[in-house]
Design a protein around this ligand. Structure first.
Ligand code: PEP
Ligand code: MG
Length: 756
């Protein structure tokens, strides 16, 4: 059973269209369960279900039989959202007869709902002439099948909008808002190397050149394979050597090679033609019954990736970034962003990740509208297409209609006007109407956000993410290379203080040259855990920071991911050691203040002990939220559970502020929450002295704080702390903002809770 389940899902996953998905399902499920009928009904609109594929009922009925939710047996399964297993279907009171199906001969009926993200997408049905109830095992099989197929069907439905390559029709895809704002621009697709499924659809103007790339790549791979075969010669028996030859033989003109060449001649790019043909062959192999032949699918895939890698080298495209570039990719990195000239980058769409992934945080600090987790977007077909990115709602429109474009152009203009109107408060202090002063600092990492920060009137840097310069290289930067980068940051902001966080890699922040592969990366080797295990990296970094601060003395050092006191003590010991070394080497530097990020629940309960050992605390609310709520910040599937205004998070924040104040230790927030105008008010009410945020939100936060009194904040906070769930907190804040006439600013919040 498990084997047939796995095979069906595998096969369905390689299907090219929704129609093919459904046909595979009905054929394979019918044969695996040995029933006479298997059909799929899919939802049309909100309330109707239509027969979309069948094996066993009359084909003419496809698309004609339609039931309302609650109508007939299929409608009943959909309405009740649970299986219905009957030996005599026609004696059930909900039974409805559709003559065009020819189903009167089938007596037994088993229907299970197909549910994705709590929505009933359709109903999967098997029927038999025999008058019998399906047994428990059969029912469980169909339920399991349906649960596995739901995501594939949802994906195939969503991508169906662009089924015809090149056909330009508007399609909308949903993800989550990663950075607020709207962008209208042209897609530039970023694809990972040698990934067959991510090759963008492209045509070529020069068939001969493409053919040449192709044949050169084939030759290179053949050479590699024969080299490999020679190397292994003494270890291989005759059959295995024959296999090697057969493997290389696939590349010949008489085989796959010929098919690809033909498609290149018809005008496709070599890379696209190759990946298309290989994926078709992989699909054929994975469908085979013989387990040995099925395994060959992975050989073909491997061969495909090898040739593709050469093709990508042979025709290295010099990426062109048009005006209003919208970067689209499966998993974008900081270096992908850094490669685009700042004035050309209008928007970002990432297939993976969520609003608290680091790429989204970077996008927010640059003020680039972003949608994350657009899992259904057929991104490989979008190169050069026009696209609208709605970072407020987390929606993407490919090839937008005139109407949609005009609508978004209006929003874009309103946004520009609001930004311009906020300019006037740039040099005014951030204080409430009764003069309670709050400092607004910024989070930085890229060169571009430092400039933006100064333009927006930042009073210091509350978080400089040092991992970003590490990510933009091909090896660890040397101490001197780091010193130069840190010096630039410190002198750009001097005399304002700059809080440099020690290297915080792991989780979703990978260094290309230092891969960390773990089952639970966010609970694994991250932040301080990595650097304490590699004191040479930690010491080198701290030494570079200290040297860079000479004569400026505006450095603060901050430690990420501290979860216990001994960790902190070892880190402090290393910092003192680095300081002594630097002094001995003749540098005139002051010992910088050292602080700790409170971002692990354990640290929340040890504020006293931590505060005794350091000069300041700063709450990393992004991680603190994920750890308190047990929601991976990078996983779009649970994105709607990641509530930074969850009452538990608010209580933790209030406790941290109170405990830090009791110790007279300055405390700030540097997570994304600080840049959310509504949340910022609550944080001020809790007693945070300083908020550090992305530069884009700084003036919005300032404008809100300047518009209210401490008393209003106090009332709002005590109101909100009495609520039991995040949606209620959001609603209460929304009402308060509406009453105060501040809703306009809220569309700019870092979270989309006030999107109208
Ligand atoms: C945080 O966790 O809130 C934080 C500021 O650090 P990062 O987002 O870089 O993990
Ligand atoms: Mg963090």
């Amino acid at each position: 059973m498990l084997d047939s389940l796995r095979r069906i899902v595998q096969e369905v996953n390689t299907a090219a269209s929704l129609r093919e998905v459904l046909n595979i399902i009905v054929a394979r499920v019918r044969s695996a369960m040995d029933t006479e009928v298997c059909s799929v009904y899919l939802r049309e609109g909100k309330e109707h279900f239509a027969l979309m594929a069948t094996e066993g009922l009359r084909a003419e009925a496809i698309g004609k039989v339609r039931l309302e939710r609650g109508e007939g047996l299929v409608g009943l399964v959909a309405a009740r959202e649970e299986p219905l297993n009957l030996d005599k279907a026609d004696s059930h009171k909900a039974y409805r007869y559709f003559p065009e199906t020819g189903e009167e001969v089938f007596s037994s009926f088993l229907g299970v709902p197909i549910i994705h993200h709590r929505q009933v997408l359709g109903v999967l049905v098997v029927q038999e002439t025999k008058n019998r109830k399906f047994d428990e095992g059969e029912e469980a099989f169909l339920v399991t099948m349906s649960a596995q197929l739901a995501a594939v069907i949802a994906h195939a439905e969503a991508t169906g909008g662009l089924a015809e390559i090149g056909q330009k029709a508007e399609a909308r895809f949903l993800g989550v808002g990663g950075a607020p704002g709207v962008a209208i621009g042209k897609c530039v697709v970023i694809t990972p190397v040698a990934d067959l499924k991510a090759v963008p659809f492209a045509k070529s103007d020069d068939v001969d050149a493409e053919l040449q790339y192709f044949y050169d790549s084939i030759e290179a791979v053949k050479k590699d394979i024969s080299g490999l075969s020679a190397q292994l010669e003494s270890h291989l028996n005759k059959e295995e050597r024959i296999l090697f030859d057969a493997y290389a033989g696939l590349l010949d003109d008489a085989s796959v090679g010929g098919e690809v060449a033909e498609r290149i001649r018809s005008g496709l790019s070599a890379q696209y033609a190759w990946s298309e043909v290989i994926l078709e062959h992989v699909a054929v192999f994975s469908r085979m019954d013989d387990p040995y032949l099925r395994e060959r699918a992975s050989d073909v895939r491997d061969l495909g990736a090898r040739v593709l890698a050469y093709l990508q080298q042979a025709s290295p495209e010099d990426k062109q970034y048009p005006d209003n570039t919208v970067l689209v990719g499966e998993e974008l990195t900081a270096s992908n962003l850094a490669e685009v000239p700042v004035d050309k980058l209008a928007g970002i769409v990432s297939i993976r990740g969520s609003s608290n992934s680091h790429i989204a945080i970077l996008a927010r600090s640059l003020g680039i509208p972003t949608v994350m987790g657009a899992v259904d977007l057929p991104f490989t077909r979008l190169e050069g297409h026009e696209i609208v990115v709605d970072g407020y709602r987390g929606a993407v429109y490919s090839d937008p209609s005139e109407q949609v474009r005009v609508h978004y152009e209006e929003i874009l203009n309103e946004d520009k006007q609001l930004v311009a109107s906020l300019e006037s408060i740039k040099d005014l202090p951030c204080e409430t109407v009764d003069k309670h002063r709050v400092e607004l600092w910024v989070n930085t990492g890229l060169v571009a956000d430092a400039m933006l920060s100064l333009e927006r009137g930042a009073e210091g840097v509350g978080l400089y993410r040092t991992e970003i310069p590490f990510m933009l290289r091909e090896r660890f930067p040397s101490e001197e290379e780091q010193r130069v980068v840190y010096r630039e940051q410190l002198s750009t902001f001097a005399p304002r203080m700059v809080t440099m966080r020690t290297l915080d890699i792991g989780g979703d922040k990978a260094l290309p040259y230092f891969p960390i592969s773990e089952d639970n990366p966010f609970l694994g080797w991250r932040g301080i855990r990595v650097t304490l295990d590699h004191p040479e990296i930690f010491l080198g970094q701290v030494r570079a920071m200290l040297k860079a601060s000479e004569g400026l003395d505006n450095l603060r050092i901050m430690l990420p991911m501290i979860s216990n006191v001994p960790e902190l003590e070892v880190a402090l010991m290393l910092i003192y050691r680095a300081y002594d070394e630097i002094k001995d080497e003749g540098y005139e530097v002051k010992m910088p203040p050292v602080g700790v990020m409170i971002e692990v629940p354990a640290a929340v309960y040890q504020i006293d002990a931590i505060a005794d050992r350091v000069d300041f605390l700063s709450v990393g609310s992004n991680d603190l939220t994920q750890y308190l709520l047990a929601v991976d910040r990078n996983n779009p599937r649970v994105a709607d559970l990641y509530h930074s205004l969850h009452p538990a998070v608010l209580k933790a924040l209030a406790t941290i502020a109170a405990d830090a104040r009791a110790k007279n230790t300055p405390v700030s927030v540097c997570g994304e929450l600080a840049g959310d105008p509504a949340a910022a008010l609550l944080l001020v009410g809790m007693g945070y002295d300083m908020l550090s945020m992305n530069a884009t939100n700084l003036l919005k936060v300032k404008s809100v704080i300047r518009a209210v009194s401490s008393e209003q904040i106090r009332i709002l906070l005590s109101d909100v702390l009495g609520l039991t769930d995040a949606p209620s907190v959001n609603r209460r804040l929304e009402e308060a903002f509406k009453r105060a006439g501040l809703s306009r600013v809220m569309r700019f919040g870092s979270e989309s809770h006030f999107v109208d």
